[in-house]
Design a protein around this ligand. Structure first.
Ligand code: APR
Length: 276
């Protein structure tokens, strides 16, 4: 699987980034986005379901689509790949998981340091309707509960953020912020939206400092996330890809393992970094 020189370099690594995409959770039963027949985007146009404009046009349709995905996420369990990554932290490595996934499975497997580049499906935030907020005559009020632009006058300045924590992404009418009445939406990055600056900075810093990066189940088709494994490679870190369908990275990284995540990671990590 790995040549002896690469194995020696990996064993000498102290800081490891595990970069994951939807393929990481495929063996937990959560569909990927771009797999030809089974991918989510094979069944619906993401521009109709995963953009601020789509939500503004039909909040209920967008809400219901995310509820359906959230039900699959709640029913899923971390797979052996997620668990192998969590065990890595016991091999006295500094492990940072940089994930594009919104399913919370790395955290449920026990990984401590997880950077969620694209947010988390099970967390809500207010829908900041920029057009409505900035069209308003008065400057927008920031709601203390949902931290969004309060669209309604009755925003209660003494309301607690806790009010929002009790609202979940479940079937039913699109909920509104109890503080200001703004519509709520999943706290995920939709197409056309920027990533949270602090997440991107944390991911970039982890990649700048790592000795090794393992890219697992990522098609590397969506920026800026897709640039992260390439940056690690150009910096001189040892880079491995685990993906049944090798990406463009495969021809340039130090090893490309054309196999599924859950079936590969436990043996791969135990070979390179046996738990102490
Ligand atoms: N193990 C490892 N990799 C797998 C497995 C598996 N069992 N099954 C599929 N894959 C690979 C596929 O070959 C593909 O390269 O996982 C990858 C999934 O690619 P995408 O569906 O494009 O998912 P991802 O790379 O995470 O997409 C990035 O695009 O739509 C946006 O926000 C969305 O975060 C997502 C981003």
């Amino acid at each position: 699987m790995l040549d002896s020189a690469l194995l020696a370099d990996l064993r000498a690594a102290r800081r490891v980034v595990v970069f994951t995409g939807a393929g990481m959770s495929a063996e937990s039963g959560i569909p990927t986005f771009r797999d030809r027949l089974t991918g989510l985007w094979a069944r619906v146009d993401p521009m109709e379901i995963a953009t601020p404009r789509a939500f503004r046009a039909d909040p209920q349709r967008v809400w219901d689509w995310h509820v359906h995905l959230a039900e699959a996420v709640r029913a899923a369990r971390p797979n052996a790949g997620h668990e192998a990554i969590a065990v890595l932290e016991r091999a006295r490595l500094e492990v940072t998981v940089v994930t594009q996934n919104i399913d919370n499975l790395h955290q449920r497997a026990g990984s401590a340091k997880v950077i969620e580049l694209h947010g988390n499906l099970l967390r809500l935030k207010s829908f900041v309707d920029e057009e409505a907020a900035f069209a308003a005559a008065a400057p927008p009020v920031i709601c203390p509960v949902c931290a969004g632009y309060a669209v309604w006058e009755r925003c209660d300045p003494w309301a607690e953020r806790a009010d929002l924590r009790v609202i979940e992404l479940r079937a039913g009418r699109v909920p509104r912020c109890p503080g200001c009445g703004a519509l709520l939406r999943p706290d995920v990055v939709w197409f056309g939206e920027p990533l949270a600056v602090e997440m991107l900075e944390a991911a970039w810093n982890a990649v700048e400092e790592c000795d090794a990066l393992i890219s697992v189940g990522a098609s590397l088709e969506v920026e800026p996330a897709a640039s992260l494994p390439w940056r690690a490679l150009h910096r001189g870190a040892r880079v491995i890809e685990v993906n049944p369908a090798p990406t463009a990275l495969a021809a340039h990284c130090h090893a490309s393992i054309g196999a599924p995540a859950a079936g590969t990671l436990p043996e791969l990590f135990a070979t390179i970094w046996p738990p102490l």
